[in-house]
Write a protein of this length. Structure first.
Lengths: 268, 191
């Protein structure tokens, strides 16, 4: 009798409570697209914010809503984009893998020091007082970029310049922000020719402070006028796709080595 | 007068977190920011108050008349679990950011022993209906007070120079211990 009574009591209470919950669920249900969860799982979960959204989940919501395209995640590789596109049933645009590249070849040896700098050893601090180098455009060698990199893709070489490990680089852009002299830029991996200088000083001036500075002599732009121009005393690549591979040796005749292909030591 | 005594004692003297050491899980888990600590406190207060009411009704109208006292724990668990589900749905509906901030600790109110302790203590002490309601509500307030103070201290701790091995949960536990000692000062306020 007692067993029966307790079964009935508990059963009735359980039924009543679940009834209440069912009614509440009907009233308070929040519809959430199950695709958001699926997309969020595919994403790299670095939560770096490089896509412009607050973390991977927010990006997933935006992609599902159609506000962002699957390939706007700079960290995710082609596989990630393909998976997201499959989940959503859209065709993915080809992602161009980008990497960060340094636009300076002012090694310890090449770029002359302005004096002995004994301040706080960050680029930011050195930049505030005008830098430790005579060149006011080049690398300061303190490695703010390497510290900023969330993927350990940058290390400082013995020559003093940061080296980007292209396999690890995800083009999140943290180093671009971190460099007080804006020496980093995101380039497609396929871009072969790079200007390794940002100095806008006139040729004689920049040559005096750094062996590897662009002196705006124009050898490269004469070799390939449709893709390279000289602007503000600096060589500038207007469209890397137009560079004829056959002309690369001529471009690399650069007397200061400030334009050309990445060398072994640049690639890491 | 009796009600006032219960009210004050549940908030300050016999505080669930700092006197009985019940409900430590959300107390440490959600006390990193004052905002979410406050919301957690409100959620727990709500669940505690309603639990107190419903469990009193069940205890006095169903269990005691039918001499089913041994079903107390099971039926209280049922009440608490359903209420937490309700609160969870409600918060998810009205404030998704809050839902995200409370995270796993929201469904974990179900297993928050402070709430179970509240229902059992009220039954044990043979409180009347009004006393139970006041007790539940005040216990919730006491929890909120404790978790907000804790969150305030922990926000300051982020800026403090804490020795490396003590960072994070370690210093939080020490702070909780010191707070409990401080609250011991209230004992004897009501005879």
């Amino acid at each position: 009798m007692e067993v029966l009574l307790s079964i009935i009591t508990m059963g009735a209470m359980g039924f009543l409570f679940s009834l209440g919950l069912v009614i509440a669920y009907r009233k308070l249900k929040v519809y959430e697209d199950p695709k958001i969860e699926q997309v969020a799982e595919i994403l790299p979960q670095a939560n770096c914010g490089a896509c412009g959204y607050a973390g991977c989940r927010a990006f997933a919501e935006a992609v599902v809503k159609g506000e962002a395209t699957p390939n706007s995640c700079p960290v995710g590789d082609a596989e990630v984009v393909k998976q997201i596109a499959e989940t959503l049933g859209v065709t993915a645009a080809e992602v161009v893998k980008k990497v960060a590249r340094l636009h300076c070849r002012g090694t310890h040896e090449a770029a002359k020091n302005r004096g002995v700098y004994i301040g706080i050893s960050t680029c930011d601090a050195a930049h505030l007082i005008g830098g430790n180098k005579q060149c006011s455009y080049g690398c300061l060698h303190f490695g703010d970029c390497a510290r900023a990199c969330p993927f350990d893709a940058i290390y400082m070489s013995e020559e003093g310049l940061p080296v980007v490990i292209e396999d690890k680089c995800t083009a999140c852009g943290k180093c671009v922000e971190a460099c007080p002299r804006n020496l980093f830029e995101l380039h497609p991996v396929s871009q072969g020719i790079i200007v390794f200088c940002r100095s806008r000083d006139r040729g004689p001036v920049s040559r005096k402070v750094c062996k590897n500075a662009c002196i705006a002599c124009g050898i490269c732009s004469r070799a390939c006028p449709e893709a390279i121009v000289i602007e503000n005393n600096l060589a500038k690549i207007t469209d890397y796709k137009k560079i004829d591979p056959e002309k690369i040796p001529e471009i690399e005749k650069c007397p200061t080595d400030s334009i050309g292909r990445l060398k072994k030591e640049d690639e890491g | 007068m009796e009600l006032v005594a219960i009210f004050i004692s549940a908030i300050l003297i016999n505080n669930f977190v700092l006197y009985y050491f019940l409900g430590i899980c959300p107390f440490l888990g959600v006390s990193k920011k004052i905002d979410s600590a406050f919301s957690m406190g409100l959620a727990v207060t709500f669940v505690m108050t309603i639990t107190a009411v419903v469990s009193w009704v069940i205890n006095h109208w169903i269990l005691i008349p039918h001499e089913l006292d041994y079903l107390k724990i099971v039926s209280f668990i049922l009440v608490i679990a359903s209420l937490v589900q309700l609160v969870e749905m409600f918060i998810r509906k009205i404030s998704p950011p809050l839902y995200q901030a409370l995270g796993i600790y929201l469904p974990l109110i179900t297993t928050n022993c402070a709430i179970m302790g509240l229902a059992l203590l009220a039954a044990l002490r043979d409180y009347g209906f009004a006393e139970t309601v006041i007790f539940g509500f005040a216990s919730g307030l006491g929890f909120t007070l404790a978790i907000i103070i804790m969150a305030g201290i922990r926000e300051q701790l982020d800026l403090a120079d804490v020795p490396e091995p003590l960072k994070g949960p370690a210093i939080a536990l020490i702070v909780a211990g010191i707070m409990a000692l401080a609250f011991m000062g209230f004992v004897g306020m009501i005879k």
